[in-house]
Design a protein around this ligand. Sequence first.
Ligand code: NAD
Length: 502
Amino acid sequence: MATIETINPTTGESIGSVPDMEDAQVRQAVQRARAAFRIWGRLDFGERREQMLRVRDLMLDRTDDVVARVCDETGKTPFEALFTELFITADLIDFYARHGDKTLRPQRVNSGPMRLTKRSFKVYEPLGVVAVISPWNYPFSLTMSPVVSALFAGNTVVLKPSEVTPLVGVLVGELFDKGCDYPDVVQVVTGGGGAGSALIGAGVEKVCFTGSVATGKKVMAKAAETLTPVTLELGGKDPMIVLDDADIERAASGAVWGAFSNSGQTCIAIERAYVESGVYDEFVDKVVAKTRAIRQGTSNDDVGSMTFPPQLELVERHLADAVDKGAKVLTGGRRRKDLGDMWFEPTVLVDVDHSMAIMRDETFGPVLPIVKVADEAEALRLANDSPYGLSSSVWTKSDDRGRRVAGQLEAGNVCVNDCLISYGVSGLPFGGAKESGVGRTHGIEGLTDMCRVKAVVEDRFGLKRELQWYPVPPGGYGLLKRVTKLLYRRGAANKLRALLKG
Ligand code: NAD
C-alpha cells in the first residue's frame, strides 16, 4: 500500500510514515466505529464523562509526549504547543464534563395552546458515527475539539488527520485506545484528500471539517450527495481595529502575538490592522520594535518554524505581490536560512491597500500589514471588505466604542482589547460568518450540534378524540375561527368581539 512520509519542518528529516488508506479501509473503520456506537451511544452521560476524564488523565500523564509529537510535526515551540494544543483541550473536556449533563438532558417545552393536554420535550440523541477531518496547523487541539464534543454527545468518531501531521492523529487514537474502557470509539484513518472524501461518502452521520475554504466547499458538495450535515471551520483574514483612544502599548503587544504566534499559521491570526491616524505612527513604531525582539527557535523561544512548504511559498508570493504594488517592508521579509528551510522572519508591512492579495486572501504566515485610516467608519468599512468573517478585534479604552464596533464587525468572534483568546473560552461557541464557516464548535452549541434534537409530545389524558380529528365536527370551521382570533387578536376588546361575532 502507498504510504505518506511525515517530515519535521525544523530539521527537514523524516519522522515516520503512515498508510495512504484506500476506500475499503475507510469503510471498515466506519463499520468498527458503528459497532462501537451501539454500546457507547447507550451509556448514560455520567459513564461517558468518566471515560473522557480517564482519557484526559492519560493525556496529562503524557504531556511531554503530546507536546514533543506536535512540535516534531509542526515546528512550533513547546510553550505554544502546551498552551494552544493541550491546555485548551483539557479545558474543553472540563467544560463538557461540568455542563454536558444538563445540556443534553431532555428539556420541557411549553406546549402553547395545547399546554393543558400535552407535555412536550426536546430530547438530544447522538447522531451515530461522526467524521472528523482536521488540518495541520493545530493538529492536536483542532482534532480533539470535535472528537471530544462528538464523544460527550454519545457519538463515535472516525478521524482523518491532515496528511502533513498524521502522527499527531495517530497519537490521538492511541490516547482513546488506551485511556477509554470501550474499544473502537475513535478510529483513525490516514491519507490525503482522497481518504477524506472517501470518509464523507462512507455512510457517516455528520462531517466536522476544519481546513481551507476551497476544501470546505468540496466537503460540503460531497456531503450534499447524501444530505449529511456538516460543520465547517474554515479560513480567515482577521482584521484588528485600533482606535485613537486605545492603550497603544497593549494593542502593539497584542498585535505582535496575534499576528505571529504559530508563525502566523492560525485561522484566527491577525492578518490585517487598521489604525486611526492619530495613533498610527506610535502603533507602527511599537509593533516594529516588538517584532524585532521576537526570538525564533525550537526550545524556550517565542516563535517556531513554519510547517508546510507550500504555505511558506504562498507567504513569499503575497509579499512579492504587495511590494510590487508599492508596499514597504519595515522589518522582516526574508527566510531565516541560518535556522533551516522552513523559517520566515516575522514581517511588518505598511503602504498596503485592498488591491493586494496580502489584504484580501488568507496569507497564513508571519506577516502583519498595517493600514492608516481616517476614522472608525473607514476602519469598519475596510475590515468588513472581505469574503471571510472568522474572528476580529477592536482596541479602545471606551466600552461603548468597543461594543459598537464589535457589533458592526462581520465576524463569528470578536475580542475587545484582546485577540485570538475567544477560542480559549470553552463556554463560547466558535465559528465563522460569511465564507469562514458553517456551524459552531465549543460551548453548549458545540455539543448540541453533535446531536439530533428529537421533538417528543406526550398526550396527558387519553381522551377518545382530539378536536381536529375526523370527522370534522358540525360548525367546526366557525368554532376554530373564534378560537384562533380569541388567542391571537391583540387587546381585550378585540378578543371579546372575536368571541361574540367570530
Ligand atoms: P486543507 O483544506 O488543505 O486540509 C484540511 C483537511 O482536509 C486535511 O485533512 C486534508 O487531507 C483534507 N482534505 C483535502 N481534500 C479533501 C477532500 N476533497 N475531501 C475531504 N477532505 C479533504 O487545510 P489545511 O491546509 O490542512 O489547513 C489550513 C487551513 O485551515 C487554513 O485555511 C486555516 O484558516 C483553516 N483553519 C480553520 C480553522 C477554524 O477553526 N476555522 C482552524 C484551523 C485552520
